[in-house]
Design a protein around this ligand. Structure first.
Ligand code: ACO
Ligand code: LMR
Length: 401
């Protein structure tokens, strides 16, 4: 209180004392001695103690009067006599504080000050989370599946339903890659894509690498990864490129001749989806035939396929192996499929740019890579040896594709 006395910003003081101890008496003395000159409003609580028969020990601090002068009433009286403002009861304390304030205000001791803005007290984080008012910043967002319920769901469909209603692998791809349940014709097409790209013998780039890696003693993961890493614009990964360029050419209204010239002179790259090292007009690719026939029978529209076949006429007239290959056929048919499913142009472009079309080859061919890896592991087990193991492959074939 002596420090407050010295602080010019303090205009008066409020002392809340209690029963027991003598510190309040020291304040009374300081007032009397003129060490405290500012108004002191004082109240010692515990005046109730006189209504009890014996000694009373108070509250949390166990305060009790050790002598008559330590009772609340005595201390209040001493403070009053010393010149402090002491109310008649605790209930009057607020009014007394107001009175002293107003008196000092009237005298100009206390001047109006602008009330500072009360700083808001931040809410307790744990409670706010519980009440669902806040959440931590999102690190990862998932919109395809959810494992928070009793069982995981694929795009809202519980796994039990996927099993019980006999969803195909293609249906699961629909849910997890594109967040929709495809109609039967589209699911069947996707299923067919996965089946036909699953393998194409041991000589193609990816299978070859898988076998080499397995033979070098590496494990399954390492071996199939080398195969997957081989998938690219010349082998298996031309699906996105084919979709992109054929779609662009068709949209721009290029004639097949113009398109072939454009790719040669402007883009200066082989047309993705055209050409095959061993397949040609004379030795057609059965897979391509199967895909085309399925699409013609089941797709509502095969506009881009039809365009690509016109382009094929131009390229094969130059060289018979410049056929619309399996990547090209899948690429243009996926565009036709997504169009028929109601996807907008930009949405299809987004899928292509994200690499979603190549993903079909990656997934399908991984089945084959695993097969080649296991095949290598079985070489010492004659029981499982298949007669075709002895076929010799022309090792020159793996190249671009
Ligand atoms: N567009 C235009 N011209 C082509 C294309 C093409 N896609 N492919 C080859 N040519 C031309 C070449 O310019 C070359 O012409 P030139 O003799 O006048 O120089 C000739 O055809 C031979 O070219 P190569 O690269 O030797 O063709 P190859 O038959 O060895 O390669 C390959 C086949 C790798 C598939 C090639 O055609 C190509 O790169 N195609 C585009 C990529 C592609 O679609 N890959 C996927 C194949 S299917 C799969 O992997 C599952
Ligand atoms: C494949 O499916 O891997 C092939 O079309 C590539 C090839 O060289 O035959």
């Amino acid at each position: 209180m002596l420090r407050y006395e010295k602080n010019p910003q303090v205009k008066f003081m409020v002392l809340l004392g209690e029963v027991g101890g003598t510190l309040e008496l020291k304040v009374a003395e300081a007032i009397k001695e003129g060490k405290i000159t500012k108004p002191v409003i004082a109240w010692c609580i515990g005046t109730i103690s006189k209504h009890f028969g014996g000694e009373v020990q108070f509250g949390h601090a166990g305060a009790k009067a050790g002598a008559e002068t330590e009772t609340a009433d005595a201390k209040n009286e001493i403070l009053r006599q010393a010149g402090a403002y002491v109310p008649k009861s605790f209930n009057e304390l607020p009014e007394l504080i107001r009175g002293v304030y107003e008196e000092l205000h009237a005298k100009g001791v206390i001047t109006e000050i602008e009330e500072p803005e009360v700083p808001p007290i931040p809410e307790d984080f744990a409670k706010a989370v519980k009440a669902g008012k806040v959440r931590r910043p999102t690190n990862f967002i998932c919109t395809i599946s959810d494992d928070r319920g009793e069982e995981a769901t694929y795009c809202g469909v519980p796994i039990s339903e996927v099993v019980e209603k006999e969803y195909s692998i293609a249906d699961v791809i629909g849910l997890l890659w594109f967040k929709k349940r495809f109609p039967e014709w589209a699911s069947k097409f996707i299923d067919m894509v996965i089946k036909v790209v699953a393998d194409h013998g041991p000589a193609v780039s990816g299978a070859h690498n898988t076998k080499v890696t397995a033979r070098a003693g590496k494990d399954l993961m390492s071996s199939i990864v080398t195969g997957i890493l081989t998938i690219g614009p010349r082998f298996g990964g031309a699906i996105d490129g084919a979709a992109k360029y054929f779609k662009m050419a068709k949209e721009k209204g290029m004639s097949p001749d113009e398109f072939v010239a454009y790719m040669k002179n402007v883009e200066k790259i082989p047309i993705p989806g055209i050409g095959h090292r061993i397949k040609s007009t004379k030795n057609p690719d059965k897979r391509v035939e199967l895909l085309k026939n399925f699409a013609k029978e089941n797709f509502p529209n095969t506009e881009l396929l039809n365009y690509a076949l016109e382009v094929e006429k131009v390229t094969t007239s130059k060289k018979e192996n410049l056929i619309l290959n399996v990547d090209g056929t899948i690429g243009v048919l996926l565009v036709d499929m997504f169009r028929a499913l109601g996807y907008k142009n930009e949405e299809i472009d987004e899928l292509i740019n994200a690499g979603a079309f190549n993903a079909f080859f990656v997934l399908g061919r991984t089945i084959g890579f695993i097969g080649h890896y296991l095949d290598e592991k079985r070489l010492d087990m004659p029981l499982y040896r298949h007669p075709t193991d002895d076929i010799l492959y022309d090792v020159k074939r793996p190249g671009g594709a």
